[in-house]
Design a protein around this ligand. Structure first.
Ligand code: MN
Ligand code: MN
Length: 455
């Protein structure tokens, strides 16, 4: 395994590419924001909403670029190939949801003149990492009149931030004896939002004051939280990490780093033979369920529309399109952490700076729940990566029986397509601030581009 930095005479192109990515994750902290921004970028590159084609029955032609926006939380982007879609698609699929604290449906309460919001965590977090941090609130409030209010509080430097408190060490004697799993109880991840009472109000005056502010600024009522999705996320921008600026610390590398690199790769391809796809899905961190997760039929439905618009639909074409496809499940790997070497088996570990990481399988225990990619497909992938001078490594998620995890790979494998996990190695995965190497991000974009061009 080579260190990818050594390959570059001039590292400027690596550094420059990471600037666009830093901007992306600094502004896009929810699945909705990631999808909206991806659409904006894609439209600048000539992509059009496929609904226009469907409504007007416009034939899809080779090299047409279209996208399907699924409830603003997942997105499928296509570059139409010259070959029939039934020959198979070349797909890269990442997820745009990240672990966070979701505001509950009935969140606001007051406790001795402090107003708080109750949260329900989303995805696999260590609750103790989410206290005493500046948090921002991002999301939408959908009102009964059909309008949607977008909320972002805590990102502008003049904005206030919110946060979850923790005990002072002086009074934490009992707390410090607890297990790390329970030292901060998930139900206690309550966000402090205010402390000034509303004048003339007797009961819950601080809460009333917060509601007044929300009414003034956003024209929302307490009851509107019922139909809202507001996420508490780490406040602030992604930044260069390390004195040599070789890495990026930011919120949500998992899996926006693979989402961004897949999108950037797709934008560079012209006139493909196979139809190329970039899939950005929601709900991976909670099992890929729901209408916007990978288990949903939305992708199958939209490919059916594509076949119908391009060459006329029948069921067998659709099934062949999926069965003949090749896909990279673009998701992050666990990067070796010098502070915790014991969880890895060193020959099969991903390292920062050693390029895109291929995971033949994920799962846990005896590969339970894994998509175990076919070696024939891995051989093809190695060949493509080597031909394009990509620095790549292979890894598994920790030692045998150390733990485990999953991605969307096994779901798409159900169609009988060839699929393997490959993406950027990340340190501090699922922590509020995750770390990735700039050269791995660059190699991953190059690797995805090679995959789209050659498969
Ligand atoms: Mn992931
Ligand atoms: Mn994850």
């Amino acid at each position: 395994m080579k260190n990818a930095w050594k390959k570059y005479e001039n590292i400027q192109e690596v550094m420059d590419f990471s600037e666009g990515y830093k901007d992306y994750i600094s502004t896009c902290k929810t699945e909705r924001e990631c999808v909206a921004e991806a659409i904006k970028i894609a439209e600048k590159h000539g992509f059009k909403d496929i609904n226009g084609y469907i409504e007007n029955k416009i034939q899809l032609l080779p090299n047409d670029k279209v996208y399907y926006n699924n409830y603003h939380k997942s997105l499928a982007l296509f570059v139409v190939g010259s070959q029939p879609i039934e020959n198979g698609m070349t797909i890269i699929g990442a997820h745009v949801d990240s672990p966070r604290l979701d505001i509950k449906q009935n969140p606001l309460y007051e406790d001795y003149d402090i107003a708080l919001m109750d949260t329900h965590y989303y995805g696999g977090i260590k609750p103790y990492q989410w206290v005493t941090l500046p948090l921002a609130l991002h999301g939408v409030v959908c009102k009964k009149d059909g309008t949607t209010v977008e909320i972002v509080i805590g990102e502008d430097e003049n904005d206030p931030v919110v946060g979850v408190s923790d005990l002072l060490p002086h009074l934490a004697k009992k707390q410090m004896e607890k297990n790390a799993k329970t030292v901060i109880e998930a139900e206690d991840l309550n966000i402090t939002v205010g402390s000034i009472p509303l004048k003339g109000e007797e009961k819950d005056a601080v809460k009333a004051h917060i509601l007044t502010l929300l009414k003034e600024k956003y024209d929302i009522e307490e009851e509107d939280f019922v139909s809202a999705e507001i996420e508490a996320v780490p406040a602030g921008k992604a930044r260069d990490y390390g004195l040599d600026r070789s890495m990026i610390i930011g919120y949500g590398h998992d899996d926006r780093v693979c989402a961004y690199t897949s999108l950037m790769a797709l934008l560079e391809v012209e006139n493909p033979a196979k139809t190329l796809v970039c899939l950005l899905v929601d709900k991976e961190e909670v099992g890929s369920n729901g209408a916007t997760g990978m288990h949903s039929k939305f992708f199958e439905n939209i490919v059916a529309e594509l076949i119908s618009l391009k060459e006329g639909f029948n069921e067998i074409k659709l099934r062949r399109a999926f069965g003949n496809s090749k896909m990279i499940s673009a998701d992050v790997s666990a990067a070796y952490d010098p502070n915790y070497p014991a969880v890895n088996e060193m020959k099969n570990t991903a390292f920062l700076g050693k390029g895109i990481s291929i995971n033949k399988y994920t799962g846990s225990g005896g590969k339970s729940g894994a998509n175990d990619a076919n070696p024939e497909f891995l051989a093809e992938l190695r060949n493509v990566f080597d031909k394009h001078n990509i620095t790549w490594q292979t890894s598994e998620l920790g030692k045998v029986n150390e733990g485990g995890g999953g991605t969307i790979a096994y779901i798409m494998a159900n169609y009988g397509m060839q699929i393997v996990d490959a993406g950027v190695a990340v340190q501090n995965m699922h922590a509020p601030w995750e770390v990735a190497s700039k050269v791995d991000i660059y190699e991953t974009r190059q690797a995805y581009l090679a995959f789209l061009k050659e498969m």
